[in-house]
Write a protein that binds this ligand. Sequence first.
Ligand code: ACO
Length: 429
Amino acid sequence: MAENAELNLPDGQTIVLPVITGTENEKAIDISRLRAETGHITLDPGYGNTGSCASAITFLDGENGILRYRGIPIEQLCAGSSFVEVAYLVIYGKLPTQTELDKFSADLNKHALIHEDMKTFFSSFSTQAHPMAILSAMVASLSAYYTEASVEQEAENLDLNAVRLISKIRTLAAFSYKKSMGQPFIYPNDAFSYCGNFLRMMFGVPAEEYELNQDIVDALNLLLILHAEHEQNCSTATVRTVGSSHANIYASVAAGILALWGPLHGGANQQVIEMLELIRAEGGDVDKFIAKAKDPNSGFRLMGFGHRVYKNFDPRATVIKAACDRVLETLGIDDPVLEIAKKMEEHALSDEYFVKRKLYPNVDFYSGIIYRAIGIPVNMFTVMFAVGRLPGWIAQWKEMMDDPTHRITRPRQVYTGDNATDFVPIAER
Ligand code: ACO
């Protein structure tokens, strides 16, 4: 039976609003007729209570720490899948058959190269440039090469543009690292898996055969799976917003990369390691930093703590924390920062400030420790997050474009400025 909510307004108007129920029984009040019928809008800074779309991609229950892609729990995907398989699942809504997976992988191999001219772009950036600035510029530049990314043709070419993006982003990421190191670019090689190919392009050199370490490949796969999709977060909402104006998919994804860069979002993974290193350099006193984070005047936050949606635990952080011990032990790495991180988590979780505000370690808290263990430099951490999140951005963009009822994103506002006032010529002011 259809459910409704009733809203009584101060001016005496009453409106009946439909209540929408999701497949996991989440409830939403449909206010799409509110302004037309009553002249009122809703106000929700930061959109903490606003559903911007209906989506069948990811289910997230922040109170119970549940995350599922297309219905499948993240823990099962981490235990038994690969990043490429998860990318297919997220974009196409079902697990691929072996034939479909083979074709998808072959397509990724086929599109791994970037246009040779694009290599020269890397030389134009300052050597100080952050790799996220380079990555976003390079992804936006792809739209200059692939004209079928125009909106008219885009929907039918989605498969092609999806594999191009997923494959080339890894080449672009590795090339930007090689450039920063002053080393020659290493071209992709079809004999390697998606993650293996990336590691070879990052760390291989022309003079030697690159020897792949399967433990490192597995660790990278795990992190990319955990990053693959996370419903309407800041960067994904950005991709949808930009795409809603019918900007092409490369432009939309480039905007998402820039949103991800912010330290309150994906950029936190770099900040976490920098914070933990600072604590180490200052003698390992985690309580001093916890006290600083609790001081509202310090402007300092514990990076890697807190989440808009998770108010119990972040299931991705649980998987990564367990993987940290395993990966470091397998690789024979003793990282003192891991102990500091664990101590900080323990102390914060028994502190009333963090308990009361439901602040737990998020995905970024432990991920940098693994990235560093597998050789990824700190300023590339957020780039790795972008490589992982790409299937989610593509899936959300596709879902929006496939929805015939989608409209351009255009929130309203409550104006609080001056009332109508006359222009005064400069000589009279
Ligand atoms: N350290 C200290 N206090 C914090 C932290 C933190 N990391 N996070 C939130 N708080 C406090 C706030 O000061 C606020 O306290 P108050 O009620 O006394 O004013 C309260 O907790 C609620 O915080 P908000 O900022 O309102 O929460 P919001 O949902 O808007 O922000 C966010 C979520 C941005 C993730 C925040 O927790 C934060 O800044 N964390 C650190 C950065 C980080 O790790 N970002 C990565 C998130 S995961 C991702 O995007 C991939």
